[in-house]
Design a binder for this molecule. Structure first.
Ligand SMILES: Nc1ncnc2c1ncn2[C@@H]1O[C@H](COP(=O)(O)OP(=O)(O)OP(=O)(O)O)[C@@H](O)[C@H]1O
Length: 204
């Protein structure tokens, strides 16, 4: 049997602050297989972002283990892509410069990689906007740019933290549909967290 893509085993996380201890995650386990799209739904403050931070290696669990492709996660890795609540596009860079950023940081800006990114921009209706700046795009388009920028580096696992929360209801429905279509077409393994069950009806 091949290893699952992601394996979280009995993970807990306690934050220590001056006012005391908060147990943000208690004994959480999850297995995600290659190509699966898993959503975790829960109210604000229940520990969803903490779970993603631990998977991405930004936070070390207080106890328990996390494995990616059977290997323990010991720190941040380019194998994991993270799409945040806000799209964090750089306003002074064009759409093209924004989507190439991840590749630039990882020194992977080869002609082949650039062609793949242009293909995604075309496929997802953004190529004609490549010389625009983020402020000239709608919220849904910006979120698609953020997703393509993350996909450009070809992560094995994609983490999505309420990627639709900044969008109005109508746009949310369209964008959640679009994003799940993109992830299925690109055959990505993904974990999405949200407090809104309607976000996950299309995607998972
Ligand atoms: N850096 C921190 N220091 C101390 N406590 C924290 C820290 N980060 C989160 N917490 C606490 O841990 C709990 C879980 O927070 P977390 O952000 O993981 O929840 P969430 O489900 O993602 O919430 P939201 O949907 O509002 O983003 C909360 O009680 C929060 O106050």
């Amino acid at each position: 049997m091949p290893n699952p893509k992601l394996e979280i085993i009995n993970v807990s996380m306690k934050y220590h602050t001056l006012s005391g201890e908060t147990e943000a995650v208690h004994d959480f386990s999850l297995i995600v297989d290659e190509g699966e799209f898993i959503s975790i739904v829960g109210p604000s403050g229940c520990g969803k972002s903490t779970i993603l931070s631990m998977i991405s290696g930004l936070l070390k669990p207080s106890s328990g283990k996390i494995f990616l492709d059977g290997m323990p996660i010991t720190g941040t890795t380019s194998k994991i892509g993270y799409v945040f609540q806000k799209d964090v596009l750089f306003e002074w860079r064009t759409i093209e410069q924004n989507v190439m950023l991840g590749l630039e940081i990882q020194h992977q800006t080869t002609p082949e990689q650039k062609t793949l990114v242009y293909d995604m921009l075309e496929k997802y209706g953004l190529l004609s906007f490549k010389n625009y700046y983020p402020r000239q795009l709608s919220g849904g388009m910006r979120q698609r740019v953020a997703l393509i920028r993350t996909l450009a580096t070809n992560p094995d696992l994609l983490l999505l933290d309420e990627p639709f929360s900044a969008l109005d209801y109508q746009t949310r429905l369209a964008v959640s549909d679009e994003i799940s279509t993109i992830l299925k077409q690109e055959q990505k393994t993904a974990v999405l967290v949200t407090h809104d069950i309607s976000d996950v009806i299309y995607s998972s």
